[in-house]
Design a protein around this ligand. Structure first.
Ligand SMILES: Nc1ncnc2c1ncn2[C@@H]1O[C@H](COP(=O)(O)OP(=O)(O)OP(=O)(O)O)[C@@H](O)[C@H]1O
Length: 258
């Protein structure tokens, strides 16, 4: 069974002056345990699509299913991870993760145990009592990842989760995410602007075009894991995606005509 089904989804936003079509007839499926990235230029509707899958935004028409059930509102089956970690500054690392578990049927001791287990997975077991402002950006995002995973969701939606981090921290966290994802077999849909990130993490990349947003190509990344960013295979997929956006070999601009 598909973990996520997006079927013929249309969406527009209306203001007093006009009706702006944002998504037109978007359909795709994601299998359980798959990592799918959505790439597209700014404003093509990627975040809107992610918000609709998460149940935060209504569709105009079409249907979205998560785990075989129509998505009508946010649910615990699916968590969202953003670029800005969304931690509560007045709660310790441990308490931030425990907070996410409060609605689950766990005793306080079990809640603590689960939070510590996931913080250990992201290498933060020695920072439990620290507050977010005492951590680096990469560590704060690790807390957010631990918090998202600790709920043991069926689906994680990520909206440019590593965009605010420096390259080395980003690479490190991408590896950690893959390691944990393969253990938990969590399904991930990731919105990113970073072509390398999409090739490194994904089983498939969906390329969106704008005006209104549509998926105009799907690229299956048939590269073995763990992936090597310097390998020809990696460069092949990178180039394929760059060509989709016409970033390779741009036409020379004529400066003077005589
Ligand atoms: N709540 C809203 N009300 C009105 N228009 C909106 C709303 N949310 C998004 N839009 C518009 O919908 C379009 C798509 O926005 P969206 O944020 O989904 O794009 P995006 O592809 O994620 O962009 P970016 O890559 O820059 O984050 C934009 O033109 C945006 O202005």
């Amino acid at each position: 069974m598909d973990a996520v089904r997006v079927e013929h989804v249309w969406k527009s936003f209306s203001s007093r002056e006009k009706n702006q079509p944002v998504l037109a007839d978007v359909s795709f499926q994601v299998k359980k345990g798959e990592i799918v990235s959505i790439l597209g230029q700014s404003g093509c509707g990627k975040s809107t699509l992610l918000n609709m899958i998460g149940g935060f935004e209504r569709l105009d028409s079409g249907r979205i299913e998560c785990g075989g059930t129509a998505v009508e509102r946010p649910s615990r089956k699916c968590v969202m991870l953003f670029q800005h970690y969304g931690l509560l500054p007045w709660r310790s690392v441990l308490k931030n993760v425990e907070l996410a578990l409060e609605e689950l049927p766990l005793s306080p001791a079990e809640r603590r145990e689960r939070a510590v287990e996931y913080l250990r997975l992201v290498g933060l077991e020695d920072r439990l009592e620290m507050f977010p402002h005492q951590l680096s950006g990469g560590m704060q995002q690790r807390v957010a990842i631990a918090r998202a995973l600790s709920i043991q969701p069926e689906l994680i939606l990520m909206d440019e989760p590593f965009a605010a981090l420096d390259t080395f921290t980003r690479y490190h966290l991408q590896n950690e995410l893959l390691r944990i994802q393969s253990r938990e077999q969590t399904t991930i849909i990731l919105v990113t602007h970073d072509i390398d990130e999409a090739v490194y993490l994904s089983d498939r990349v969906l390329i969106m075009g704008a005006g209104p947003g549509r998926i105009h190509r799907e690229i299956r990344i048939r590269a073995s894991r763990p992936r090597d960013r310097g390998h020809d295979e990696f460069q092949y997929f990178r180039k394929l995606i760059l060509e989709e956006f016409s970033f390779n070999n741009p036409l020379p601009t004529v400066e003077f005509s005589i």
